[in-house]
Structure formats: C-alpha cells, structure tokens
Design a protein around this ligand. Structure first.
Ligand code: 2BA
Ligand code: 2BA
Length: 109
C-alpha cells in the first residue's frame, strides 16, 4: 500500500476528491497553506493499494491545473523620506505537488 500526499490548489480540490471517490478511492482532505505564497491550498491524503496508485495519480493530474498567482513582497525597511512601491509579483503555481510514500502499516478500527 502507498500513501499519496497531493498538495493541490483549493479550486481544484473539490473536483479531485469527487473523481477519486467516484473511482472508489478514499481520500482525506486537509486545509493547508503554502509557505511561500502564504495562501490557502489543500492537501489530499490518499491511501491506496499499490496497483491503483497510477490510477489515483492520473485522476489528480487530470483535475488539477497550473495557474498564475500574485504576491505582494514584504516592504523593506525604508529610511525617512524614501518611498517603497510594492509591485505585485506573478508566480506560476503548479497543478499539484505529489509525494508517494510506502505505508508500513494500515489499520481501520
Ligand atoms: P507555496 O509554498 O505557496 O508556493 C507557491 C508557488 O510559489 C510554487 O508553486 C512555486 O512556483 C513558487 N515558489 C515556492 N517557493 C518558492 C521560492 N522559495 N522561491 C521562488 N518561488 C517559489 P509550486 O511549486 O507548484 O508549489 C505549490 C504548493 O505546493 C506550495 O505552495 C507548497 O504548499 C507545496 N509544495 C511545493 N513543493 C513542496 C515541497 N517540496 N514540500 C512541501 N510542499 C511543497
Ligand atoms: P471509513 O472507511 O471508516 O473512513 C473514515 C474516514 O477516514 C474517511 O472519511 C476518510 O477521511 C479517511 N479515510 C479512510 N480511508 C482512507 C484512505 N484509504 N485514504 C485516506 N483517507 C482515508 P470519508 O471519506 O468521509 O468516508 C466516510 C465513510 O464512507 C468511510 O468510513 C467508508 O465507510 C465510506 N466510504 C469512503 N470512501 C468510500 C468510497 N469511495 N466508496 C464507498 N464508501 C466509501
């Protein structure tokens, strides 16, 4: 068994969970946020038999897409009389960041 950890954008999370469930795969969705943008995203935990890992990954790939986001850089320390103009910076955020881990033990009580 494997544990797929998929960090996806919030907009894609609902349809990804739905299609995994429709394929008979159980999912746990955690609310998370990225350290760089400090914006909300979603982390999906998908415990799945080895032979279904590729199917789970294919469903994540087909439901998640890249998007551009904007971040406003933190203003630096400015001297009196200086002006800081905070220009938003465009950042390309990927469809999903995926980790596949070996599961040592799986129990349902
Ligand atoms: P964030 O950390 O908010 O990062 C959002 C996007 O900002 C990243 O998209 C990347 O394009 C850019 N970025 C991140 N860190 C950067 C840095 N130090 N310098 C310049 N640009 C940077 P993605 O790479 O597609 O990542 C989307 C989200 O997936 C991340 O949100 C984070 O929550 C998660 N993630 C990505 N790589 C990860 C990793 N190695 N471990 C844990 N979480 C990861
Ligand atoms: P349980 O199997 O006891 O699962 C309870 C919760 O544990 C799940 O909530 C999910 O958050 C997590 N979970 C269970 N197995 C998981 C796995 N392999 N990977 C990641 N997280 C897992 P829900 O998804 O809301 O499911 C509630 C109950 O609905 C489940 O109880 C099960 O009896 C049923 N169920 C879940 N997925 C199903 C599916 N695809 N088809 C039919 N029934 C499903």
């Amino acid at each position: 068994m494997k544990l797929v950890v998929a960090i996806v954008q919030g907009e894609d999370a609902g349809q990804t969970v739905q299609s995994l469930n429709e394929a008979g795969l159980s999912v746990t969705r955690l609310a998370s946020s990225g350290g760089f943008l400090q914006q909300g995203n979603a982390t999906l935990l998908i415990g799945v038999e080895d032979e279904r890992v590729e199917h789970a990954l294919a469903l994540v790939r087909s439901n998640c897409r890249e998007r551009n986001r904007f971040m406003t850089p933190m203003p630096p320390m400015v001297e009196p009389g200086e002006v800081f103009m905070p220009f938003p910076v465009e950042v390309r955020v990927g469809g999903a960041t995926i980790f596949v881990l070996d599961v040592e033990q799986f129990e349902k009580l």
